[in-house]
Design a protein around this ligand. Structure first.
Ligand code: ZN
Length: 351
């Protein structure tokens, strides 16, 4: 069997899974491989998952279960804003998981701060992890904690997850819906965008609402990026991008990572494991048509969402490439989508 196409992925939630794990040694589980979950070192090796943006995310207590199957139109209330200290506890815990995994991995996992480090890690067969924060709820309005996170390796930030915070507003869990669901960035959010540009932290637009999207487009000099979102015209979820947003992303030489979550792929917005991989191909076709072949990648949402059973986990990534090959995608185009486009984009943002 030939070796799988190397993938650098735009989004996963494995650190949250490890942080919440009730196992006595989640670090060992990750390094040795385990039954549960989408990403561990064994599944990563099997599927060609060579690196990615690794999310730090603050769950709400009693959060709505967003992986439960749904039917028809739905609208779930968003959790209330999360107090900063509560948000910070899980961010610190998840980052500690990554640090412990790196330390225990004997070189098999590397926290990477720039593209040279990513390429070096991938070249020696190590899993390259770039820390990302999904919602800045843990960050104070003076941005002190942002500096601390930056020093720990953070290079990508979504101002909001879907829950509102002091920086802005995200899109709610409802379907069907436009992403234009409320106010944009706050004054603190505008400052956050400017500072991220200065520090060369990538700004991720995947969960922000439409007004916030245009605020970032106005303020940031960096390419516009949605690390894990799909096409609104094919699946009218507010988490997906309208043609107008895609055009703005294209105009800045930005990028979109295909989200594998079935609820953001299916025209009916349902979370169903039996979702056809062909739908992933349809979204990629559309993104390629609107953005061009240098500006589309993957943003699996592994360990954060229900993905098609045919993919199942990071070990199933070759199933997607088989489907693309069958549709006539060239090896060169697949290599760009799998990895090279993300690395070029990151060269222009984080350096
Ligand atoms: Zn997300």
């Amino acid at each position: 069997m030939s070796s799988p196409i190397p993938v650098f992925d735009g989004h996963n939630d494995v650190l949250l899974r490890l942080y919440k794990s009730t196992s006595k040694d989640p670090v060992a589980d990750f390094l040795q491989g385990e039954e549960a979950g989408h990403i561990d070192l064994k599944k990563a090796k099997a599927g060609g998952f060579a690196g990615g943006l690794f999310a730090l995310y603050s769950p709400s207590p009693r959060a709505a279960n967003t992986t439960e199957p749904s039917t028809g139109a739905f609208s779930r209330p968003l959790p209330p804003p999360l107090p900063m200290d509560e948000a910070r506890a899980s961010i610190v815990g998840e980052l500690a998981m990554l640090v412990k995994v790196e330390r225990a991995s004997q070189g098999a996992v590397a926290i990477c701060r720039n593209v040279a480090e990513i390429r070096a890690a991938m070249a020696r067969g190590a899993l390259a992890a770039v820390p990302h924060i999904e919602g800045a709820d843990a960050i104070d309005d003076k941005l002190h904690f942002l500096d601390v996170l930056y020093a720990a390796g953070l290079r990508s930030l979504g101002p909001v997850w879907s829950r509102p915070n002091i920086f802005g507003h995200g899109v709610p869990f409802q379907f069907p819906s436009s992403p234009d669901t409320g106010d944009g960035l706050t004054t603190a959010g505008e400052d956050l965008v400017r500072v991220c540009d200065e520090l060369k932290i990538l700004i991720d637009l995947s969960h922000i609402n439409e007004k916030g999207f245009w605020d970032v487009a106005r303020l940031s000099k960096a390419p516009l990026v949605a690390t894990h979102s799909n096409v609104h015209a094919l699946c009218p979820s507010p988490r997906n991008l309208t043609d107008k947003q895609l055009a703005a992303i294209r105009d800045t030489g930005g990028m979109v990572g295909l989200n594998f979550a079935t609820g953001f792929l299916r025209p009916d917005g349902q979370m169903r494991g039996d979702t056809d991989v062909a739908l992933m191909v349809q979204h990629l076709d559309y993104l390629l048509e609107k953005l061009g072949e240098d500006h589309v990648g993957l943003g699996s949402d592994f360990d954060g969402a229900m993905v098609p059973q045919a993919i199942g986990s990071a070990a199933g990534l070759p199933v997607l490439f088989e489907a693309l090959r069958a549709k006539g995608y060239s090896e060169a185009l697949m290599a760009k989508i799998a990895c090279e486009n993300w690395l070029k984009l990151l060269e222009r943002t984080i350096g």
